[in-house]
Design a protein around this ligand. Structure first.
Ligand code: ADP
Length: 310
């Protein structure tokens, strides 16, 4: 494969000028996405995620900076940029009176793809819609409608697929299935960029994650590294009989009581030794039934970073 990046963003900025003021939706964002990656774009509401995606999609014009998609410059080759990405929107506004096959054929027509070059059946297969290919869209379940949106975005065979909140409003079972579909597509070589509110989902799916807040890039790393950077951990003791052992341990760590029979202590894994915490708690003369530890998750990383940059 030729050696270039899937996405190369340099000093990208966007200001929206309204009558009252100027909103800096993106401030000097620079980031790269590698070919074959699943890349997550996270941030609280209003962070600038949609603006970023809309610039790639060509529906918002950037104020400054450079955008390269599959080695095509957005300013010089907007058409090639557009054909390099497939965008899966959030809303499921499908025409209920067409079948999946018909919708894909119409979409292919809009992209000017000749009938002989269409891969409708292949797309129906990889989005697991073969069985419903000839049913009306209105009879599809929520999960199938989502998959049909993915199918539509794949019609012109883009090497990059961008999913905007792919599982928003999808129930838990379907969410898992949808995530597996995304992983499957990635295995077949599609580079995936997704925005999500569900940190758990990003943690499960993404190779690397960028976190933006107030239009600024505040973190960009491998998912694993982001999680390792959070040093706090939690240890929870389950007691046979509920007991209050005070507010602090000898070492100064705060004791919490999430339930009467539970004692929890949050500690820093660089500063505190878990054995010492356990022996300090044992000194309190209590009968311990169980000890659990909890790792930090992306939620902790996110809270820490967005608080710092508030
Ligand atoms: P996110 O997708 O992360 O929720 P957005 O990209 O939608 O964030 O918004 C980023 C900021 O830009 C917000 O302050 C939003 O109000 C502002 N914004 C987005 N689109 C427009 C627009 N068309 N006109 C004015 N302000 C906008």
């Amino acid at each position: 494969m030729e050696n270039f990046l899937a996405l190369e963003i340099t000093n990208l900025s966007k200001e929206f000028k309204t009558k009252q003021n100027t909103i800096h939706a993106l401030k000097n964002i620079s980031l790269n996405v590698n070919k074959g990656e699943i890349f997550g774009l996270l941030g609280p509401n209003g962070a600038g995620k949609s603006t970023f995606i809309n610039i790639l999609a060509g529906t918002v014009i950037k104020s400054s900076g450079s955008v390269k998609v599959w080695n095509f410059d957005l300013d010089k080759n907007p058409r090639e940029v557009r054909s390099s990405i497939g965008i899966v929107p959030q809303e499921t506004n499908l025409d209920p009176f067409f079948t999946p096959r018909k919708l894909l054929e119409i979409q292919a027509g809009m992209y000017g793809i000749k009938e002989s070059e269409r891969i409708t059946d292949k797309i129906l297969e990889i989005t697991m819609l073969q069985d419903k290919a000839d049913s009306y869209a209105r009879s599809l379940s929520g999960g199938m409608k989502r998959r049909l949106l993915v199918a539509k975005a794949l019609v012109h065979r883009p090497p990059i697929l961008i999913l905007d909140e792919p599982t928003a409003g999808v129930d838990v079972d379907l969410r898992q299935q949808l995530l597996e579909n995304i992983q499957q597509l990635n295995k077949q070589g599609v580079t995936i960029i997704l925005t999500t509110h569900y940190l758990q989902e990003a943690q499960q799916l993404c190779d690397r994650i960028a976190i933006i807040n107030h239009g600024q890039l505040i973190a960009l790393d491998k998912t694993e590294n982001l999680l390792n950077n959070i040093l706090t951990k939690k240890i929870i003791f389950k007691l046979k009989v509920p007991k209050n052992i005070g507010e602090k341990l000898k070492s100064g760590l705060t004791i919490n009581y999430p339930k009467p029979e539970l004692i929890s202590v949050t500690y820093n894994k660089n500063e505190n030794k878990i054995e010492e915490i356990i022996s300090e708690v044992k000194e309190k003369n209590i009968e311990i039934l169980d000890i659990l530890t909890e790792d930090a998750d992306l939620e902790d990383v996110f809270l820490k970073l967005t608080k710092k940059n508030a």
